[in-house]
Design a protein around this ligand. Sequence first.
Ligand code: FES
Length: 174
Amino acid sequence: MNEDFQSRVTAAMANPQNMGELPNADSIGTVGSAECGDMLRVWVKFKEEGGRKVIDRASFQSFGCETAIAAASLAMELIRGKTPAEALAMRGEELAKDLGPLPPTKVHCTALVEGAIRQALEPAAQPAAAPALSSAPPTPGAPAPSSLMDSFNKPDPKKGGVKVVFLRESEPPA
Ligand code: FES
């Protein structure tokens, strides 16, 4: 692994941005890597701006490696102010471009970030999207999951858990 890449990851890890649950999020995306077992959740809040729906804030939690956390930290800032369609057009390496060229063994880490964003945004990107934009609508009366850890404790979507999509390196997100 080259030193430039490692020092950029270390710098991003030293002060990660937008980490943690986003209260009252409009949408949530959770993905896992079938390759390494790491997981990432993204929360997104929208706002109206100039007649367009744009991303007001995005945050993340991860059971993942340093690269995934550093890439997610950078990506949450990059997608702010973008429409769902604009954010969905960004690929993992673009979302983490400030880390520089990725070692081949770390490409899937940024795919994890892209996948979680995609999971959160795809319902919102549809023209006929319903006002409720969660990728896993909560069951009425069930408490909303508040963290990635909560989802492990409440894996049943009917009890507040959230569906986790596992990505395979050979099958990048659509
Ligand atoms: Fe799996 Fe980084 S090693 S996400």
